[in-house]
Ligand binder design. Structure first.
Ligand code: 5GP
Ligand code: ZN
Length: 120
């Protein structure tokens, strides 16, 4: 996809701090980390977000959770765990429209993550 920041990062055209790469996946450090460990995991194929996934592109994601687990364990998050975030759409906070999963950890993350609590 032309002019996509994360396509360019996956292709090595824009520099990043790479933590993992194979034929389908690319993972790199977030430029503005919100925790001691903040890794972005992206498919090399351009998919906008979860709402852009269809039966065909779903094949890309067949090993998604195994990759997340492998990358997180390599970042020493296997013992204490981590948070996996996929902002989907502008209103959810997505700013780069190439699918990415945030692996966030390395500290006590707390819950809920939102500034305001919803009253029921
Ligand atoms: P989103 O808000 O779309 O879920 O997440 C986009 C993430 O990409 C943000 O956390 C932001 O810091 C990160 N980001 C944006 N541009 C760059 C960049 O050029 N390099 C890296 N490594 N991260 C980026
Ligand atoms: Zn892209």
């Amino acid at each position: 996809m032309d002019n996509c920041l994360f396509c360019k990062i996956a292709a090595g055209e824009i520099p990043s701090t790479k933590v993992y790469e194979d034929e389908k996946w690319f993972a790199f450090k977030d430029i503005q980390p919100c925790a001691p460990v903040h890794i972005l995991v992206i498919p090399k194929t351009h998919v906008k977000n979860i709402l852009d996934i269809n039966t065909k592109s779903n094949e890309i994601f067949s090993d998604f959770f195994l990759k997340i687990k492998e990358i997180a364990e390599n970042a020493n998050l296997g013992k204490n765990g981590f948070r996996l975030v996929m902002n989907t759409g502008e209103k959810a906070g997505q700013t780069v429209f190439h699918f990415h999963a945030h692996i966030i950890g390395g500290k006590d993350m707390g819950w809920p993550p939102f500034p305001e609590t919803v009253k029921h």
